[in-house]
Design a protein around this ligand. Structure first.
Ligand code: SF4
Length: 240
């Protein structure tokens, strides 16, 4: 299933724009309850105005809130960014640490955010269990756990460390584009033949194709057909 997902989404990557570990850390905190596209719209102004941890920690609250307004929960996010940056200045000399144990001591940083930073900013193996990964790996039958930390540990047992970061990327891409929470596009799914949850969503291929969705940057055009090979077989509904 992992190989099939890699074939469907060979371009899977972290969809947050960033140039430094600090930028990715802050962007990931801002991505709570909103889309990566929305975060990418505000981060150029944010990092242009306050380019390092010391500047972010000392930022004017009202000014930062105004920039972060489009991401929702802007007051709480402003507070999180300022306190997170202050933690970095006070305890890590303004630098983002590259150890999970250190990252999770920062204000507002849990294992999910820490693993995003480890995997995508430092190139270290990290399994990100966000809402998509949790939902999908249960549908795949890879785990029955609902607690994200337990899910992470079970996935870590199933996959070699070299696959942890790409695994997170392709599963998140699949959750965003095909295996939606409410109406998964089972009829256009590259892992349908192995998925014990096949049939939870739309199985008619033509209808399922129309359910595929892509989070596009402003002005970007949806490829037609969507990128990645589409199934040329009709999966059978699996006996439960
Ligand atoms: S078959 Fe359906 S439920 Fe299973 S992974 Fe594909 S879209 Fe999701």
């Amino acid at each position: 299933m992992f190989r099939a997902l890699v074939e469907r989404y060979p371009y899977a990557h972290c969809e947050l724009d960033f140039e430094t570990p600090l930028q990715l850390l802050v962007a990931t905190v801002l991505s709570a309850q909103t889309t990566d596209v929305a975060v990418n719209k505000v981060t150029p102004a944010l990092f242009g105005r306050w380019p390092d941890a010391a500047a972010l920690a000392g930022a004017d609250r009202a000014e930062m809130e105004a920039i972060l307004t489009p991401t929702g929960f802007f007051r709480a996010k402003t507070e999180s960014v300022r306190r997170l940056a202050a933690d970095l200045v006070e305890r890590f000399d303004g630098q983002v640490p590259n150890r999970l144990a250190d990252l999770v001591t920062l204000h507002g940083v849990g294992r999910k955010t820490a693993n995003v930073v480890l995997g995508d900013a430092f190139g270290l193996p990290g399994i990100t269990v966000d809402t998509h990964v949790g939902r999908l790996v249960r549908r795949f039958g890879w785990t029955q756990e609902t607690d994200p930390v337990k899910v992470e540990h079970e996935l870590a047992e199933l996959f070699p460390r070299k696959d942890w970061t790409p695994l997170s990327h392709v599963v998140i891409f699949h959750g965003r584009r095909t295996c939606h929470a409410r109406r998964p596009a089972c009829g256009a799914c590259p892992v349908a033949q192995w998925c014990p949850s096949y049939g939870e969503g739309e199985t008619d291929p033509a209808t399922a194709l129309r359910l595929l969705s892509y989070e596009l940057a402003p002005g970007a055009v949806l490829p037609d057909p969507p990128p990645g090979p589409l199934p040329d077989w009709r999966p059978r509904r699996r006996a439960r």
